[in-house]
Design a protein around this ligand. Structure first.
Ligand code: NDP
Length: 504
């Protein structure tokens, strides 16, 4: 176990939703599980005025912790403090610095400080500059780390400019770019599945893999996030960040060790090897965007995307994106990757499916199932791993049907507590482990691949297909997949796939 040193956590944007909904509950869970250091305090910072007591009330824990004793919760709550910035983030941090120094001394935080930027990204650089003006990036007496929330840039150009801005004040080794997908146990397990077993890796290449499919489906629409989403879209919101991080873990070569830099070097090489698409014809043939239309799901009327609150009624922002691409390296040459992400799908699910090639020589007449060897890595829900393979139907002859070999996380029992993504990521940053955080060059490589698709779609002559809310996206997306293959339309249960699932 790594040591968690005494420290102070300063959260900028602490009056926001993320602090109350994710960060404070994650800290409480770490506290409850005795992962926090002996000396620890949290300082929330934002423009709005609040007293410490008002801040504690604002971020009060959800009802699921009400079984814990009042004294225990109060002892945690007493570690939370708040400082307002007089309505602006870009101001002299004299008062803030005094509060930081005071808490550091009172709570014996040993000058180790994490600054968590949970504000709109347009404020990141100004905050880093103002911290630096007060020497709060200086590591001579204790380490200083900066965690930055997503989105990290809006394009390659803006991501580069954000990196340059932050690097003016903090070293890359001090910066932790959060991608909460990497905090998921099931995502980290991709590394273990691949590199802690000898049975998968020999098959993990173009000789045995026919294609790779990744689905990220949401059953909900944009809900109250219409204003944000309409400027972002599915490709920026999910594909450039979370899904390309998944792709990197599937594509990467074995790292020399589990050292953070070794892993991130290999992920970076993987992202660099994605074949860029720049020709408009190639982009038109290999990318599909769509928007959900008004529909009825289980008798309930559902709005179309353009009717959602804060969405432009003529919006061309995609709520569905599917991309086919290739990876130009020795291991993956000519293996197509299909990645899709969308809202208003029949179910909420994220999974990776490795489709294996058929045996070279078929000896069983009805062995269509042999074409169907799949390794399914379920990220959420019903987390687990499933291998689909052909088995003999009992009786005469050699009829083949599909069998399942499976592993479910829930089978590990209650004792093996699966940490929430934010719990794991916060603890890692507290311990100085950046393995599960994106490095500057990785983020830029992901944008370099995504930018031409966004540019192509922006031009306006690229088609945008409508799909009824509650179906698996536009029909045209089926044509993206080559040959007889089809998207696996997964159900909530890992083992089931079908055209139709129960809609949540
Ligand atoms: P909120 O919109 O709730 O705002 C966060 C804070 O930023 C608020 O405390 C507010 O504080 C300040 N703020 C908001 N708008 C402005 C503005 N225009 N100018 C200056 N300050 C502003 O965001 P969340 O808490 O939901 O998210 C924080 C960050 O995390 C965002 O960058 C978001 O993109 C990212 N994120 C959030 C997720 C979530 O689940 N909520 C998931 C992934 C990423 P005050 O006005 O008091 O200063």
């Amino acid at each position: 176990m790594r040591k968690t040193e005494n420290q102070l956590l300063v959260i900028f944007g602490a009056s926001g939703d993320l602090t109350a909904r994710k960060l404070v509950p994650a800290l409480y869970k770490l506290y409850k599980d005795k992962h926090l250091p002996e000396h620890f305090a949290v300082l929330g910072v934002a423009r709005s005025f609040m007293t410490d007591e008002e801040f504690r009330k604002r971020v009060a824990l959800e009802s699921k912790y009400l079984d814990d004793s009042e004294e225990f919760i109060a002892a945690f709550s007493e570690k939370l403090f708040y400082e307002d910035l007089h309505k602006k983030y870009d101001v002299d941090y004299r008062e803030l610095n005094e509060r930081v120094q005071d808490l550091n001394t009172t709570y014996q935080c040993d000058n180790n400080i994490i600054f968590y930027l949970s504000t709109p990204p347009s404020l990141f650089e100004a905050i880093a500059k103002n911290l630096t003006a007060k020497g709060l990036n200086d590591e001579r007496l204790g380490w200083k780390r900066l965690i930055v929330e997503k989105p990290f840039g809006y394009s390659l150009e803006t991501a580069k400019s954000l990196n340059e801005g932050l690097h003016r004040y903090f070293k890359e080794s001090q910066i932790y770019r959060i991608d909460h997908y990497l905090g998921k146990e099931t995502v980290q397990n991709i590394l273990v599945t691949r590199f802690a077993n000898s049975i998968f890796e020999p098959l993990w290449n173009r000789d045995y893999i026919h294609h790779v499919e990744i689905t990220n489906a949401e059953s909900g629409g944009v809900e109250s996030r219409g204003g944000y989403y309409d400027k972002s879209g599915a490709l920026r919101d999910m594909f450039q960040s979370h899904l390309l991080q998944l792709v990197a873990l599937i594509v990467m070569e074995p790292p020399l060790s589990a050292n953070p830099e070794e892993i991130r070097n290999e992920k970076m090489k993987a992202l660099k090897s994605l074949r860029l698409m720049t020709d408009p014809k190639v982009l038109e043939e290999n990318t599909i965007r769509g928007q959900y239309l008004a529909s009825e799901i289980e008798g309930e009327k559902v709005k179309g995307y353009r009717e959602e609150v804060d969405v432009d009624p003529d919006s061309t922002t995609e709520t569905y994106a599917a991309v086919k691409f290739y990876v130009d390296n020795w291991r993956w040459a000519d293996v197509p990757f299909y990645v899709r992400t969308a809202k208003r799908m029949p179910t909420k699910v994220t999974e990776v499916v490795i489709h294996f090639k058929s045996p070279h020589h078929q000896i069983f007449k009805n062995s269509d199932m042999n074409k169907d060897n799949k390794l399914i890595i379920r990220i959420q829900p019903d987390e687990g791993i499933l291998v689909k393979f052909g088995v003999k139907v009992p009786g005469q002859g050699f009829a083949v049907e599909r069998g399942n070999l499976d592993f479910y996380y829930e089978s590990l029992g209650d004792e093996s507590h699966i940490m929430e993504a934010y719990e794991r990521l916060l603890l890692d940053a507290m311990q100085g482990d950046a393995t599960l955080y994106a490095r500057a060059d990785e983020v830029e490589a992901a944008w370099r691949f995504t930018d031409p698709i966004l540019d192509h779609w922006k031009k306006g002559d690229a088609k945008i297909y409508g799909y009824s809310a509650g179906v698996w996206g536009p029909q045209h997306a089926d044509e993206l997949i080559e040959g007889k293959s089809m998207w696996r339309n997964p159900c909530e249960n890992l083992a089931d796939d079908a055209g139709y699932c129960v809609i949540e």
